[in-house]
Design a protein around this ligand. Structure first.
Ligand code: URA
Length: 428
Protein backbone atom coordinates (compact mmCIF):
# COMPACT_ATOMS: atom_id res chain seq x y z
CA UNK A 1 0.00 0.00 0.00
CA UNK A 2 1.08 3.58 -0.56
CA UNK A 3 0.93 5.87 2.52
CA UNK A 4 0.96 9.04 0.40
CA UNK A 5 -2.13 7.87 -1.50
CA UNK A 6 -3.92 6.97 1.78
CA UNK A 7 -3.16 10.42 3.23
CA UNK A 8 -4.31 12.06 0.00
CA UNK A 9 -7.61 10.14 0.04
CA UNK A 10 -8.42 11.31 3.57
CA UNK A 11 -7.20 14.84 2.83
CA UNK A 12 -9.67 15.00 -0.08
CA UNK A 13 -12.55 13.75 2.05
CA UNK A 14 -12.76 10.21 0.65
CA UNK A 15 -13.60 7.24 2.86
CA UNK A 16 -10.67 4.95 3.68
CA UNK A 17 -10.99 1.16 3.45
CA UNK A 18 -10.65 -0.59 6.82
CA UNK A 19 -7.66 -2.42 5.32
CA UNK A 20 -5.89 0.87 4.56
CA UNK A 21 -6.44 2.07 8.14
CA UNK A 22 -5.20 -1.22 9.60
CA UNK A 23 -2.11 -1.12 7.40
CA UNK A 24 -1.20 2.47 8.40
CA UNK A 25 -1.54 1.68 12.13
CA UNK A 26 0.37 -1.61 11.84
CA UNK A 27 3.24 0.07 9.97
CA UNK A 28 3.28 2.99 12.43
CA UNK A 29 3.37 0.65 15.45
CA UNK A 30 6.48 -1.15 14.22
CA UNK A 31 8.20 2.10 13.21
CA UNK A 32 7.97 1.60 9.41
CA UNK A 33 5.69 4.61 8.89
CA UNK A 34 7.32 7.98 9.59
CA UNK A 35 5.91 10.22 12.33
CA UNK A 36 5.38 13.01 9.77
CA UNK A 37 3.16 10.77 7.64
CA UNK A 38 1.13 9.66 10.66
CA UNK A 39 0.82 13.32 11.74
CA UNK A 40 -0.39 14.25 8.24
CA UNK A 41 -3.03 11.51 8.43
CA UNK A 42 -4.09 12.69 11.91
CA UNK A 43 -4.53 16.24 10.57
CA UNK A 44 -6.50 14.95 7.56
CA UNK A 45 -8.78 13.00 9.96
CA UNK A 46 -9.07 16.07 12.18
CA UNK A 47 -10.24 18.18 9.22
CA UNK A 48 -12.35 15.61 7.31
CA UNK A 49 -13.64 13.39 10.13
CA UNK A 50 -14.30 9.67 9.81
CA UNK A 51 -17.38 7.55 9.17
CA UNK A 52 -18.49 5.11 11.92
CA UNK A 53 -16.98 2.24 9.88
CA UNK A 54 -13.63 4.02 9.61
CA UNK A 55 -13.67 4.92 13.33
CA UNK A 56 -14.39 1.30 14.28
CA UNK A 57 -11.54 0.10 12.03
CA UNK A 58 -9.12 2.65 13.51
CA UNK A 59 -10.14 1.61 17.02
CA UNK A 60 -9.75 -2.08 16.24
CA UNK A 61 -6.33 -1.52 14.62
CA UNK A 62 -5.13 0.40 17.68
CA UNK A 63 -6.57 -2.18 20.09
CA UNK A 64 -4.81 -5.05 18.33
CA UNK A 65 -1.50 -3.16 18.15
CA UNK A 66 -0.80 -4.67 21.61
CA UNK A 67 -1.94 -7.44 23.94
CA UNK A 68 -5.56 -8.26 24.63
CA UNK A 69 -6.50 -9.49 28.09
CA UNK A 70 -8.34 -12.82 28.04
CA UNK A 71 -10.42 -13.65 31.09
CA UNK A 72 -11.43 -17.09 32.28
CA UNK A 73 -14.93 -18.05 33.40
CA UNK A 74 -16.31 -15.98 36.22
CA UNK A 75 -18.31 -12.87 36.89
CA UNK A 76 -18.68 -10.15 34.22
CA UNK A 77 -15.65 -7.97 33.53
CA UNK A 78 -16.54 -4.27 33.62
CA UNK A 79 -14.97 -0.83 33.67
CA UNK A 80 -15.79 2.86 33.85
CA UNK A 81 -13.98 5.67 32.06
CA UNK A 82 -14.32 9.42 32.48
CA UNK A 83 -13.28 11.96 29.87
CA UNK A 84 -11.85 13.90 32.80
CA UNK A 85 -12.90 16.67 35.09
CA UNK A 86 -11.73 18.83 37.98
CA UNK A 87 -12.18 17.03 41.32
CA UNK A 88 -13.30 13.82 39.60
CA UNK A 89 -12.56 11.05 42.12
CA UNK A 90 -15.42 8.77 41.05
CA UNK A 91 -13.15 5.96 39.77
CA UNK A 92 -11.55 5.63 43.22
CA UNK A 93 -14.97 4.85 44.68
CA UNK A 94 -16.66 3.01 41.81
CA UNK A 95 -13.97 0.37 41.10
CA UNK A 96 -14.02 -1.12 44.64
CA UNK A 97 -17.79 -0.59 44.92
CA UNK A 98 -18.46 -2.64 41.76
CA UNK A 99 -15.97 -5.29 42.91
CA UNK A 100 -17.83 -5.46 46.25
CA UNK A 101 -20.99 -6.14 44.18
CA UNK A 102 -19.25 -9.21 42.70
CA UNK A 103 -17.91 -7.85 39.40
CA UNK A 104 -14.36 -8.02 38.02
CA UNK A 105 -12.96 -4.50 37.43
CA UNK A 106 -9.60 -4.17 35.62
CA UNK A 107 -9.43 -0.37 35.56
CA UNK A 108 -6.62 1.07 33.46
CA UNK A 109 -6.45 4.79 34.20
CA UNK A 110 -4.51 7.85 33.16
CA UNK A 111 -2.65 10.81 34.59
CA UNK A 112 -3.69 14.45 34.74
CA UNK A 113 -4.29 16.14 31.39
CA UNK A 114 -4.31 19.96 31.45
CA UNK A 115 -6.24 21.26 34.45
CA UNK A 116 -8.02 17.95 35.08
CA UNK A 117 -6.40 15.63 37.60
CA UNK A 118 -5.64 11.98 36.85
CA UNK A 119 -6.71 8.93 38.84
CA UNK A 120 -3.14 7.56 38.91
CA UNK A 121 -1.71 10.81 40.29
CA UNK A 122 -4.40 10.75 43.01
CA UNK A 123 -3.69 7.16 44.03
CA UNK A 124 0.05 7.85 44.11
CA UNK A 125 -0.68 10.30 46.96
CA UNK A 126 -0.94 7.10 49.05
CA UNK A 127 2.70 6.32 49.94
CA UNK A 128 3.88 3.09 48.29
CA UNK A 129 0.88 2.70 45.95
CA UNK A 130 2.05 1.07 42.69
CA UNK A 131 0.41 2.12 39.41
CA UNK A 132 2.84 0.25 37.13
CA UNK A 133 1.52 -3.30 37.38
CA UNK A 134 2.32 -5.70 34.53
CA UNK A 135 -0.58 -7.32 32.72
CA UNK A 136 -0.07 -10.58 34.61
CA UNK A 137 -0.03 -8.74 37.97
CA UNK A 138 -3.17 -6.86 36.93
CA UNK A 139 -4.96 -10.06 36.00
CA UNK A 140 -3.87 -11.93 39.12
CA UNK A 141 -5.09 -9.11 41.37
CA UNK A 142 -8.50 -8.90 39.64
CA UNK A 143 -8.93 -12.68 39.96
CA UNK A 144 -8.00 -12.63 43.65
CA UNK A 145 -9.77 -9.48 44.98
CA UNK A 146 -11.99 -8.27 42.10
CA UNK A 147 -10.43 -4.91 41.23
CA UNK A 148 -7.30 -3.04 40.28
CA UNK A 149 -6.55 0.55 39.24
CA UNK A 150 -3.27 0.85 37.37
CA UNK A 151 -1.62 2.61 34.42
CA UNK A 152 -1.52 1.35 30.82
CA UNK A 153 1.63 -0.71 30.38
CA UNK A 154 3.49 -0.71 27.06
CA UNK A 155 1.63 -3.90 26.25
CA UNK A 156 -1.76 -2.13 26.03
CA UNK A 157 -2.55 -0.33 22.73
CA UNK A 158 1.01 0.89 22.02
CA UNK A 159 -0.20 2.58 18.81
CA UNK A 160 -2.32 4.92 20.95
CA UNK A 161 0.63 5.91 23.10
CA UNK A 162 2.68 6.87 20.01
CA UNK A 163 -0.21 8.53 18.18
CA UNK A 164 -1.30 10.50 21.26
CA UNK A 165 2.22 11.93 21.61
CA UNK A 166 2.04 13.14 17.99
CA UNK A 167 -1.49 14.55 18.36
CA UNK A 168 -0.43 16.46 21.43
CA UNK A 169 2.15 18.44 19.44
CA UNK A 170 0.25 18.75 16.13
CA UNK A 171 -3.01 20.34 17.39
CA UNK A 172 -5.00 17.20 16.56
CA UNK A 173 -6.18 16.13 20.02
CA UNK A 174 -9.78 17.34 19.90
CA UNK A 175 -11.05 15.24 17.01
CA UNK A 176 -13.99 12.98 17.84
CA UNK A 177 -12.84 9.93 15.79
CA UNK A 178 -9.28 10.23 17.15
CA UNK A 179 -10.47 10.62 20.76
CA UNK A 180 -12.87 7.69 20.26
CA UNK A 181 -10.16 5.37 18.95
CA UNK A 182 -7.74 6.50 21.67
CA UNK A 183 -10.11 5.92 24.59
CA UNK A 184 -11.80 2.80 23.24
CA UNK A 185 -8.62 1.01 22.09
CA UNK A 186 -7.32 0.95 25.69
CA UNK A 187 -10.72 -0.14 27.05
CA UNK A 188 -11.28 -2.84 24.41
CA UNK A 189 -7.84 -4.31 25.15
CA UNK A 190 -9.06 -4.96 28.72
CA UNK A 191 -11.37 -7.69 27.38
CA UNK A 192 -14.51 -6.16 28.90
CA UNK A 193 -18.12 -7.31 28.86
CA UNK A 194 -19.49 -3.92 29.95
CA UNK A 195 -18.26 -0.35 29.88
CA UNK A 196 -19.78 2.83 31.27
CA UNK A 197 -18.46 6.22 30.19
CA UNK A 198 -18.77 9.53 31.98
CA UNK A 199 -18.63 12.12 29.19
CA UNK A 200 -18.28 15.53 30.78
CA UNK A 201 -18.89 18.96 29.32
CA UNK A 202 -18.37 22.49 30.59
CA UNK A 203 -15.60 24.90 31.53
CA UNK A 204 -13.63 22.24 33.43
CA UNK A 205 -13.91 19.56 30.72
CA UNK A 206 -12.34 18.57 27.45
CA UNK A 207 -15.67 19.05 25.64
CA UNK A 208 -16.87 22.58 26.25
CA UNK A 209 -20.50 22.18 25.11
CA UNK A 210 -23.19 19.61 25.77
CA UNK A 211 -23.61 19.18 22.00
CA UNK A 212 -19.97 18.14 21.54
CA UNK A 213 -20.19 15.83 24.56
CA UNK A 214 -23.25 14.10 23.11
CA UNK A 215 -21.49 13.76 19.75
CA UNK A 216 -18.46 12.17 21.44
CA UNK A 217 -20.66 9.92 23.61
CA UNK A 218 -22.56 8.63 20.56
CA UNK A 219 -19.29 7.88 18.79
CA UNK A 220 -17.88 6.06 21.85
CA UNK A 221 -21.05 4.00 22.41
CA UNK A 222 -21.34 3.07 18.71
CA UNK A 223 -17.68 2.06 18.52
CA UNK A 224 -17.75 0.02 21.74
CA UNK A 225 -20.90 -1.79 20.65
CA UNK A 226 -19.56 -2.49 17.13
CA UNK A 227 -16.46 -3.98 18.74
CA UNK A 228 -18.45 -6.29 21.04
CA UNK A 229 -18.57 -4.41 24.36
CA UNK A 230 -21.94 -3.28 25.72
CA UNK A 231 -21.29 0.44 26.23
CA UNK A 232 -23.35 3.11 27.99
CA UNK A 233 -22.44 6.80 28.25
CA UNK A 234 -23.71 9.32 30.78
CA UNK A 235 -23.49 13.02 29.89
CA UNK A 236 -22.55 15.01 32.99
CA UNK A 237 -21.96 18.64 33.87
CA UNK A 238 -18.43 19.86 34.58
CA UNK A 239 -19.06 23.55 35.19
CA UNK A 240 -18.07 23.19 38.84
CA UNK A 241 -15.73 20.68 40.51
CA UNK A 242 -16.98 17.20 41.39
CA UNK A 243 -17.52 17.05 45.16
CA UNK A 244 -15.83 19.52 47.50
CA UNK A 245 -12.16 18.59 47.28
CA UNK A 246 -9.68 19.28 44.47
CA UNK A 247 -6.08 18.04 44.72
CA UNK A 248 -4.50 14.61 44.95
CA UNK A 249 -4.33 13.60 48.65
CA UNK A 250 -7.48 15.55 49.59
CA UNK A 251 -9.46 13.81 46.83
CA UNK A 252 -8.35 10.37 48.05
CA UNK A 253 -9.47 11.41 51.52
CA UNK A 254 -12.86 12.52 50.14
CA UNK A 255 -13.23 9.25 48.20
CA UNK A 256 -12.52 7.30 51.41
CA UNK A 257 -15.16 9.29 53.27
CA UNK A 258 -17.72 8.51 50.53
CA UNK A 259 -16.77 4.82 50.72
CA UNK A 260 -17.34 5.03 54.47
CA UNK A 261 -20.86 6.37 53.96
CA UNK A 262 -20.58 10.16 53.77
CA UNK A 263 -23.05 11.54 51.23
CA UNK A 264 -21.73 14.31 48.99
CA UNK A 265 -24.58 15.16 46.64
CA UNK A 266 -23.04 15.24 43.19
CA UNK A 267 -20.51 12.49 43.99
CA UNK A 268 -23.33 10.17 45.05
CA UNK A 269 -25.41 11.10 41.99
CA UNK A 270 -22.51 10.27 39.68
CA UNK A 271 -21.80 6.97 41.48
CA UNK A 272 -25.37 5.80 41.08
CA UNK A 273 -25.76 7.12 37.50
CA UNK A 274 -22.65 5.22 36.42
CA UNK A 275 -22.95 2.15 38.65
CA UNK A 276 -26.62 1.29 38.03
CA UNK A 277 -26.34 0.63 34.24
CA UNK A 278 -23.35 -1.64 34.87
CA UNK A 279 -25.19 -3.69 37.51
CA UNK A 280 -28.31 -3.96 35.35
CA UNK A 281 -26.54 -4.77 32.08
CA UNK A 282 -24.34 -7.40 33.68
CA UNK A 283 -27.31 -9.15 35.28
CA UNK A 284 -26.18 -8.53 38.88
CA UNK A 285 -29.40 -6.55 39.46
CA UNK A 286 -32.74 -7.17 37.75
CA UNK A 287 -34.15 -3.66 38.15
CA UNK A 288 -33.04 -0.09 38.66
CA UNK A 289 -34.18 -0.27 42.32
CA UNK A 290 -32.28 -3.52 42.96
CA UNK A 291 -29.14 -1.96 41.50
CA UNK A 292 -29.57 1.16 43.62
CA UNK A 293 -30.05 -0.88 46.79
CA UNK A 294 -27.04 -3.08 46.01
CA UNK A 295 -24.72 -0.06 45.68
CA UNK A 296 -26.17 1.57 48.78
CA UNK A 297 -25.82 -1.64 50.86
CA UNK A 298 -22.19 -2.28 49.84
CA UNK A 299 -21.33 1.18 51.13
CA UNK A 300 -23.42 1.08 54.32
CA UNK A 301 -22.22 -2.40 55.37
CA UNK A 302 -18.58 -1.34 54.84
CA UNK A 303 -17.64 -3.87 52.15
CA UNK A 304 -16.90 -1.22 49.49
CA UNK A 305 -14.43 0.53 51.80
CA UNK A 306 -12.92 -2.84 52.78
CA UNK A 307 -12.42 -3.62 49.07
CA UNK A 308 -10.68 -0.26 48.54
CA UNK A 309 -8.40 -0.88 51.54
CA UNK A 310 -7.61 -4.37 50.20
CA UNK A 311 -6.77 -2.95 46.74
CA UNK A 312 -4.46 -0.35 48.31
CA UNK A 313 -2.67 -3.05 50.36
CA UNK A 314 -2.31 -5.35 47.33
CA UNK A 315 -0.73 -2.51 45.33
CA UNK A 316 1.76 -1.71 48.11
CA UNK A 317 0.10 1.41 49.51
CA UNK A 318 -0.24 2.47 53.14
CA UNK A 319 -3.48 4.40 53.60
CA UNK A 320 -2.49 5.41 57.14
CA UNK A 321 0.32 7.48 55.63
CA UNK A 322 -1.94 9.52 53.30
CA UNK A 323 -0.85 13.17 53.79
CA UNK A 324 -3.27 15.05 56.06
CA UNK A 325 -4.83 18.50 55.68
CA UNK A 326 -3.17 21.58 57.15
CA UNK A 327 -5.30 24.68 56.71
CA UNK A 328 -3.37 27.45 54.92
CA UNK A 329 -5.90 30.20 54.18
CA UNK A 330 -9.44 31.00 53.02
CA UNK A 331 -10.56 32.81 49.89
CA UNK A 332 -13.49 35.11 50.63
CA UNK A 333 -16.66 36.10 48.77
CA UNK A 334 -16.20 39.69 47.49
CA UNK A 335 -19.89 40.82 47.58
CA UNK A 336 -23.41 39.75 48.59
CA UNK A 337 -25.45 37.82 46.03
CA UNK A 338 -25.62 34.35 44.53
CA UNK A 339 -22.94 32.15 42.99
CA UNK A 340 -23.53 32.57 39.24
CA UNK A 341 -20.55 30.80 37.70
CA UNK A 342 -17.48 28.97 38.93
CA UNK A 343 -14.53 28.41 36.61
CA UNK A 344 -13.49 24.83 37.39
CA UNK A 345 -10.56 25.21 34.99
CA UNK A 346 -9.09 28.01 37.15
CA UNK A 347 -9.46 25.82 40.24
CA UNK A 348 -7.72 22.90 38.50
CA UNK A 349 -4.97 25.22 37.30
CA UNK A 350 -4.49 26.54 40.85
CA UNK A 351 -3.66 23.01 42.01
CA UNK A 352 -1.02 22.77 39.27
CA UNK A 353 0.38 26.16 40.31
CA UNK A 354 0.65 24.93 43.91
CA UNK A 355 2.78 22.00 42.67
CA UNK A 356 -0.03 19.43 42.67
CA UNK A 357 0.03 18.89 38.87
CA UNK A 358 2.43 18.92 35.95
CA UNK A 359 3.49 21.75 33.65
CA UNK A 360 5.88 19.47 31.76
CA UNK A 361 6.04 15.69 31.43
CA UNK A 362 9.05 15.61 33.76
CA UNK A 363 7.52 17.56 36.67
CA UNK A 364 7.23 15.71 39.97
CA UNK A 365 3.88 16.09 41.68
CA UNK A 366 3.50 17.23 45.29
CA UNK A 367 0.39 15.26 46.40
CA UNK A 368 -0.41 17.54 49.36
CA UNK A 369 -1.84 20.85 48.01
CA UNK A 370 -5.62 20.94 48.05
CA UNK A 371 -8.59 23.26 47.64
CA UNK A 372 -11.91 22.73 49.39
CA UNK A 373 -14.76 24.38 47.50
CA UNK A 374 -17.34 25.46 50.05
CA UNK A 375 -20.11 26.74 47.73
CA UNK A 376 -22.05 25.48 44.71
CA UNK A 377 -23.51 27.38 41.75
CA UNK A 378 -26.85 28.92 42.78
CA UNK A 379 -25.97 29.26 46.50
CA UNK A 380 -26.78 32.57 48.27
CA UNK A 381 -23.58 34.10 49.68
CA UNK A 382 -22.53 36.98 51.93
CA UNK A 383 -19.55 39.28 51.52
CA UNK A 384 -16.56 38.01 53.52
CA UNK A 385 -17.83 34.42 53.71
CA UNK A 386 -15.11 31.85 52.85
CA UNK A 387 -15.82 30.03 49.59
CA UNK A 388 -12.51 28.20 49.01
CA UNK A 389 -10.05 26.83 51.57
CA UNK A 390 -6.43 26.17 50.67
CA UNK A 391 -4.57 23.27 52.30
CA UNK A 392 -0.88 22.48 52.58
CA UNK A 393 0.52 25.54 50.80
CA UNK A 394 3.84 26.12 52.54
CA UNK A 395 4.84 29.32 50.77
CA UNK A 396 2.95 32.56 51.61
CA UNK A 397 3.66 34.19 48.25
CA UNK A 398 2.21 31.18 46.45
CA UNK A 399 -0.85 31.25 48.74
CA UNK A 400 -1.30 34.96 47.95
CA UNK A 401 -0.99 34.40 44.19
CA UNK A 402 -3.49 31.49 44.32
CA UNK A 403 -5.94 33.61 46.32
CA UNK A 404 -5.84 36.25 43.55
CA UNK A 405 -6.25 33.59 40.83
CA UNK A 406 -9.20 31.98 42.60
CA UNK A 407 -10.93 35.30 43.16
CA UNK A 408 -11.31 35.45 39.37
CA UNK A 409 -12.88 31.98 39.29
CA UNK A 410 -16.16 32.98 40.89
CA UNK A 411 -18.90 35.20 39.45
CA UNK A 412 -21.39 36.62 41.93
CA UNK A 413 -24.78 37.67 40.51
CA UNK A 414 -27.81 39.51 41.96
CA UNK A 415 -30.47 36.99 40.99
CA UNK A 416 -30.59 33.38 42.13
CA UNK A 417 -30.43 30.79 39.35
CA UNK A 418 -31.46 27.15 39.30
CA UNK A 419 -28.86 24.77 40.72
CA UNK A 420 -26.94 22.92 38.00
CA UNK A 421 -28.11 19.39 37.08
CA UNK A 422 -25.16 16.99 37.38
CA UNK A 423 -26.58 14.21 35.18
CA UNK A 424 -27.97 15.30 31.82
CA UNK A 425 -28.73 12.13 29.86
CA UNK A 426 -27.78 8.50 29.33
CA UNK A 427 -26.87 7.23 25.86
CA UNK A 428 -27.08 3.52 25.08
N1 URA B 1 -8.17 10.59 26.69
C1 URA B 1 -7.54 9.67 25.91
O1 URA B 1 -7.17 8.61 26.37
N2 URA B 1 -7.35 9.96 24.62
C2 URA B 1 -7.77 11.10 24.04
O2 URA B 1 -7.58 11.29 22.86
C3 URA B 1 -8.41 12.04 24.86
C4 URA B 1 -8.60 11.76 26.17
Amino acid sequence: MNPVEIIRKKRDGEELDPEEIRWMIAEFTVGRLADYQMSALAMAVFLQGMTPVETAALTDAMTTSGSLIAWGDGSPVVDKHSTGGVGDKISLVLAPLLAACGLRVPMISGRGLGATGGTLDKLEAIPGFRTDLSLSELQAQVESIGCVITGASDEIAPADRRLYALRDVTATVSSIPLITASIMSKKLAEGLDQLVLDVKFGVGAFMKTELRAVELARSLVRTGTRNGVQTTAVITDMNQPVGRMVGNAVEVDEAVRVLQGEVIDDVSELLFALGIPILQNSGIAATFDDAYRCLERKISEGSAFEKFAEMVRCQGGDLQQLPGRRHSRDVLIPQHGFVGEMDAQVIGQAIIDMGGGRRTMLDKIDPRPGIEVLVRIGDPVDMGQPWARLYNVDNNDVAEQITVQLTGALTIVDQSSDPIETILETIR
